[in-house]
Design a protein around this ligand. Structure first.
Ligand SMILES: [Ca+2]
Ligand SMILES: [Ca+2]
Ligand SMILES: [Ca+2]
Ligand SMILES: [Ca+2]
Length: 323
């Protein structure tokens, strides 16, 4: 698990506040709440960029150009509010509003609360998670629209998620489980069973007292399966010893030990634009040799440059791991 060691080594380096940069590449996938320019690349709130933390460079991993209207016309405006990078050009996306993704024959209509699996190489989409089939009202009846503003697909196949407002899913007994927009919920999609993974009471005020938490607006996980990556919607405090974070920081949090540190600082990513907000994040792990070889399929036009870059990133990770 070289990538895991790389991530851990980087995290430890950050904890020790060493000035030396990590020698290995760590790529984090990020979407922001507004337009930004990083490393010469300009992108909008509907785009996802792959940011190389070692070289401080960014490439476009998903372009919002590929959002469509009901007639298939490209270039609709939709904000991506959650992302999980799957490698080989595939990304899972959640959006703030409804829309369409995918070429003719491979197009889906998504709503807020859905998660779309999108192949950036082939311009094909499928619904991975249909929110209205799962989010319930206070009586346990499904059909409720919610926004998933952060998620991660765990190694056990469960969905780790946070919503933009308080919401409900069914618990292991089939009863509605209410959670806030700062609670993290582990959800078994097939069994429709939700449980609290991280309570919002871990969040503090600047004096270390428990307080009304800030919305968690981005979510990921390192491959150790224990260290969370999070971002909040405004300034926040977390951990013992207490650390402060901005809405543009990516926070690493070890819940077993209640320790937090900065995984990627807004000062590094956004430079001096400290008002900018990360609203979706993911670390890409490719796990061959279990992965099958990519299937050769005819590539329709247009092949996205973003897709090619994301696919290339997956292959680079694959080659590194094979060494
Ligand atoms: Ca966004
Ligand atoms: Ca978000
Ligand atoms: Ca949230
Ligand atoms: Ca944020």
């Amino acid at each position: 698990m070289m990538t895991c060691r790389i991530a851990r080594a980087f995290a430890v380096a950050m904890v020790l506040l060493t000035a030396a940069s990590a020698a290995q590449a760590t790529t984090v996938y990020v979407t922001t709440a507004a337009q930004n320019t990083v490393g010469g690349l300009s992108f909008g709130r509907g785009d996802v960029v792959a940011y190389d933390m070692d070289t401080d460079t960014a490439t476009l991993a998903f372009s919002s150009y590929y959002f469509r209207n009901s007639n298939g016309r490209l270039n609709e405006v939709v904000d991506v509010i959650g992302v999980h990078a799957a490698g080989f050009g595939k990304v899972y996306l959640s959006m703030e509003s409804g829309g369409y993704l995918g070429a003719d024959g491979y197009r889906v209509h998504f709503r807020p609360g859905d998660i779309v699996l999108y192949d950036t190489l082939l311009d094909r989409a499928e619904l991975y998670f249909v929110g209205r089939e799962h989010f319930v009202n206070a009586s346990g009846v499904p059909g409720v629209d919610e926004n998933i503003d952060g998620f991660h697909i765990m190694s056990n196949g469960h969905l780790l998620l946070t919503t933009a407002a308080g919401a409900r899913l069914l618990d292991v007994n089939g009863n509605p489980l209410f959670f806030t927009n700062a609670d993290l919920i582990e959800y078994d999609i097939g069994a429709k069973q939700a449980s609290l993974y991280l309570s919002d009471d871990v969040w503090r005020d600047k004096n270390g007292n428990t307080e009304e938490p800030e919305n968690v607006d981005a979510l990921g996980m390192l491959c150790d399966g224990e260290t969370l990556l999070m971002s909040t919607a405004s300034a926040s405090w977390l951990g013992d010893p207490l650390k402060s974070f901005s809405n543009g920081d990516i926070i690493a949090y070890d819940k077993a030990n209640d320790t937090a540190w900065t995984f990627l600082s807004a000062d590094v990513f956004f430079k001096h634009c400290s008002n900018d907000n990360i609203d979706g994040l993911s670390i890409l792990y490719v796990s061959p040799p279990d992965n099958p070889e990519p299937i050769e399929e005819p590539v329709p036009e247009p092949v996205t440059m973003a897709g090619m870059l994301l696919g290339l990133a997956g292959l680079v990770g694959y080659v590194r791991r094979r060494r």
